[in-house]
Design a protein around this ligand. Structure first.
Ligand code: BGC
Length: 414
């Protein structure tokens, strides 16, 4: 009896100490700093905090995440990795191979992620067969955003082919309206480029060129046409585009300074944050051509020491795939939930269209990973393509030379 009271007291004291020690904590590295992105990440912070977590924010500004990835590398090299990091696609595998990622298979098992995530998305979240990342959403990249009033004023409608786009843009330009809102950053050029590759070449060509890196597709007559279209698009951009962030380009469409933007649906987060209504103030349509380019944001957890931080990782991973977060986050972010069966009743028609098109694309083999947003290729190969695309966009390089140099750059990056 005496012994068992003592044992119970020891157990209670132990539990108390354990609980006090394991106050979930997470330092979260992300690049969600625009108006819409900040609203979205706030939903995660709120949910984490209301579940007892202590959130240490580590935002690194810069669309597309290039600066965030540099900051990550510096932190890991100094032996002080953040607890949770916005990371995606093959780069998750690259970090796993460096031996620095934590294993999330325990949470995945308890939360039944295998049943809640589509197989294609789950595949990106696993390292050596075990969960090492948790997905927050599915962004579609190949969208064209348009200001409804500007189009009406110019008497142009949403283009359904690249020729129609060019005709509309010439008309807009003649009226003194910037046809294409764009920022002069390499990843934004890459975002437009991959939509043009998909639109002009079609889904099978996209796969050959930007997923399989087939040299014959990279240096082909079709690729020459793609670069011709990129050169044409360059003529539709205003002269102040250099260095502009993507959300400032979106603001040009929101304010009616420009007619169109070709950008993933994180742009919708900006329209939402500005109180705009799709179908009324602005239009969302896929870029001309078939296919769906997906970009899944996810968080990977890095190996850390300390019960608080480990508890923080587990809590964060669990909440991320939870039904509530998948709804509130994606309503603000512009994307659609990654979790199967999340009700879309509160989502707008752009999101519902995205979900519908994604299903159709998945069953017709035209659901394709975005190379520009780190879903298709390893960093070095994607970087080689983007460097060439941006070099072409910002010079007078011929299309034939660009296609040849593209194939060479990819060959050298392998
Ligand atoms: C990310 C989005 C982000 C966008 C702009 C993309 O690569 O997947 O979540 O909003 O970059 O920063």
């Amino acid at each position: 009896m005496k012994r068992s009271v003592l044992a119970s007291l020891t157990l209670i004291a132990g539990l108390g100490a354990g609980t006090a020690l394991a106050e979930p904590q997470a330092e979260v590295l992300h690049w969600w700093t625009s108006g819409g992105e900040a609203r979205a990440v706030q939903t995660l912070m709120d949910e984490f905090q209301s579940n007892g977590g202590k959130w240490v924010d580590m935002p690194v500004a810069g669309g597309g995440g290039d600066a965030a990835m540099q900051a990550l590398r510096a932190r890991v090299l100094s032996g002080n990795a953040p607890t949770a990091v916005q990371l995606k696609g093959p780069s998750i595998q690259e970090w796993y191979e460096e031996g620095v990622l934590a294993d999330l298979s325990g949470v995945g098992k308890v939360e039944k992620w295998d049943l809640l995530l589509p197989a294609a998305i789950a595949g990106h979240m696993k390292c050596g067969g075990k969960y090492c990342a948790a997905p927050v959403n599915v962004h579609r990249v190949n969208w064209i955003w348009a200001n409804t009033a500007v189009l009406a004023r110019a008497g142009v409608s949403i283009p359904t082919s690249w020729d129609e786009f060019n005709t509309a843009a010439v008309k807009l330009k003649a009226l003194g309206i910037t046809p294409l809102a764009h920022g002069g950053q390499a990843w934004q050029d890459a975002t437009v480029f991959e939509s043009v590759v998909l639109g002009i070449g079609g889904p099978a060509f996209y796969r050959k060129a930007l997923v399989d890196l087939d040299p014959a597709a990279l240096n082909s007559a079709t690729m020459v046409k793609v670069f011709d279209q990129m050169r044409t698009l360059r003529g539709f951009v205003d002269s102040n585009f250099s260095g502009r962030e993507w959300n400032l380009a979106t603001a040009m469409v929101i304010n009616g300074e420009a007619a169109f933007q070709i950008m993933g649906d994180w742009a919708k987060g900006e329209f939402t944050a500005a109180g705009k209504t799709p179908g009324k103030d602005y239009q969302c349509n896929p870029t001309p051509g078939a296919g769906f380019l997906y970009n899944v944001d996810s968080f990977a957890m890095f190996k850390v020491s300390g019960a608080d931080r480990e508890a923080g990782q587990k809590l964060l991973a669990k909440l991320i795939v939870g039904e509530n977060f998948q709804k509130t986050f994606n309503l603000a972010k512009g994307s659609i939930p990654a979790r199967l069966g999340t009700p879309l009743g509160e989502f707008d028609y752009c999101a519902r269209r995205s979900a519908y098109d994604m299903d159709v694309a998945a069953s017709s083999g035209t659901l394709l990973p975005s190379y520009a947003h780190g879903m298709a290729l390893r960093g070095q190969q994607a970087g080689a393509i983007t460097d060439l695309v941006t070099q072409h966009f910002n010079s007078d390089m011929s299309s034939a030379q660009a296609a040849k140099s593209l194939a060479d750059a990819v060959a050298n990056s392998r």
